[in-house]
Design a protein around this ligand. Structure first.
Ligand code: BTN
Length: 267
């Protein structure tokens, strides 16, 4: 018999007023339901929303995942939010944004006692299972390009509610975390990490690698967007933010794909 879902209090929007993190002043909008907070925040950004706009939904009905997948979470069981950022950096640095968001989430989860790690590029894992997914999308607007940083963290989701076996939640890892407090910690940490990166972009590479379970020396299979895959041993994170994998044909740098951490028996 499955356990009933735990009581799930709503987000307390009043305690999210006036939040800041580094250079970012947040304007947090809490909605009961939305198809996708990324879609909502992207529309706002296209309309000129300033950096720091946050849209968070108690429930998403058509959440978007990476590589055209969907993202499903029950009402009030997860944190699902999107943050508008307007980074004034050269185009070559934009691919670091998803990794930067991953670092911010991992740091925030560690702050509440979860031993979070990253799987390249930006899945956040707890005990080897995915607890958070991140989707960063770029939108053009008359005020210049904006990044919409979408974050979904499974907070009180039960095993029965998780869409895939390889997923987990903070509750399943034994952590009873208040969503409003976690959101405040996350926004502060994201703002600080982002502001530090704008000042010194190169420093993020080492910070990312420190939190990343994929590098170095890990046997992996990388499933590429064109349907092919490569198997090898990870070496490093490239300057571009890509994953450097030593394969039978030599080193290759992967810039997009899904990583599977392999045990020797799985090859
Ligand atoms: C992934 O596939 O791992 C990325 C999932 C990203 C989900 C979040 S939930 C909030 C935001 N809004 C969306 O529609 N997607 C992102």
């Amino acid at each position: 018999m499955s356990d009933a879902a735990p009581p799930r209090p709503p987000l307390d929007s009043t305690s999210l007023h006036g939040l800041t993190g580094g250079r970012v002043s947040y304007d947090v909008e809490v909605v009961a339901a939305a198809p996708s907070t990324n879609a909502l925040a992207a529309a706002r950004a296209q309309g000129g929303a300033a950096e720091g706009l946050v849209v968070t939904a108690e429930h998403q009905t058509a959440g978007r995942g990476r590589l055209d997948r969907t993202w499903e979470t029950p009402d009030r069981a997860a944190l699902t939010l999107s943050v508008v950022l307007r980074p004034d950096v050269e185009p070559a640095l934009w691919p670091w944004l998803p990794l930067l968001v991953g670092v911010s989430v991992a740091r925030s989860l560690r702050a509440v006692g979860a031993a979070a790690e990253l799987k390249w590029p930006n899945d956040v894992l707890l005990d080897g299972r995915k607890v958070c997914g991140i989707l960063v999308e770029r939108v053009e607007s008359t005020d210049g390009p904006a990044a919409v940083a979408g974050i979904g963290i499974n907070v009180s989701t039960t095993a029965e509610e998780l869409p895939i076996e390889a997923a987990t939640s903070l509750a399943l890892a034994g952590l009873d975390v208040d969503r409003t407090a976690l959101l405040a910690t996350l926004l502060r940490t994201l703002g600080e990490t982002y502001t530090g990166w704008l000042a010194d972009p190169a420093a993020l590479r080492a910070a990312y690698a420190d939190l990343c379970a994929t590098v170095p020396g890990r046997r992996v299979r990388v499933e590429l967007p064109d349907g092919t895959s490569v198997t090898g041993t990870t070496r490093d994170i490239a300057e571009s933010g890509g994953l450097v994998v030593a394969t039978e044909r030599g080193d290759m740098t992967v810039n997009a794909g899904d990583v599977v951490h392999l045990r020797t028996a799985e090859e």
